[in-house]
Design a protein around this ligand. Sequence first.
Ligand code: COA
Length: 301
Amino acid sequence: MENRPPPSPFKEGCLKGKVALLTGGGSGIGYEISLQLGKHGASLAIMGRRDHVLRSAVDALSHHSISAIGIEGDVRKEDDALRAVESTFKHYGRLDILVNAAAGNFLVASDHLSPNGFLTVIDIDAVGTFTMCRKALKYLQKGGPGKDPSSDGIIINISATLHYTASWYQVHVSAAKAAVDSITRSLALEWGTDYGIRVNGIAPGPISDTAGASKLGPGELMEEMQQMPLFKLGDKWDVAMAGVYLASDAGKFINGTTLVVDGGQWLSSPRRLPKDAVTQLSREAERRSRDSPVGLPRTKL
Ligand code: COA
């Protein structure tokens, strides 16, 4: 049975009057971020490669009384990126928030991955993110076209935690997301200073009902969960709430960070020593070390 997410802790209209452009905003985590930004008052433009996905997303959003348009395009194409930004401005007259959620992903052993396969994912995730940011800069900047002079801009880059350690069969995605995090920090520094744009990221861990999770078998999913401090998968809602937080005034002093939404999974490691045994073992080790001091000078009394 599907879990019903709790009500949003944020004010319903906290993004009222804002306009958000989301790449990959028609499906998966990107769609849930679209939905939650919309539910909190933002008007939306969602960009994606598949027209039918965009159409059904716009239709679904309209059932929540959210204003949304779909823009077909590929973030790998500079012209498409420019057209998406300009169409959003033309339709709504301003742009406040850019969410880079478009991503390419497939599992493959690195010795079976062609350089072009590697490049393809770098091109979508890293170059695509930069291209969208670059094309949107003019509109996103503080006091940009259609905005009042105090209205700043927000960029949110969807990342991952794969590259914090190392992940099997994900050399291309890990490299791409490492680049995305680096772009987030560099733009936060430069564009925060020069243009009043806050640039942050979100790094989701294992999230139920997503393309990422469906690529793992049930056994692998269970194994992932067993190593998670909270012993459960996250919901798309969890990621989207992080998006609302970063996009709203609640996050007004957050810049250059990538918020990890993974229940603590990336830092988890298997428990090698049962909890019951740790006190006894530790005391025993301490007693032994007191009885036979090692490395201390032996003084003759
Ligand atoms: N295993 C190995 N290599 C793969 C691959 C796979 N599963 N899928 C694509 N590639 C390689 C291709 O072989 C090709 O390299 P080559 O020319 O050396 O043979 C290269 O990647 C480009 O593939 P192509 O299918 O032409 O690219 P595309 O632009 O049509 O699609 C993706 C590439 C990544 C966008 C596509 O695989 C995709 O749509 N993936 C799903 C997106 C997704 O899961 N998004 C959610 C992100 S969490």
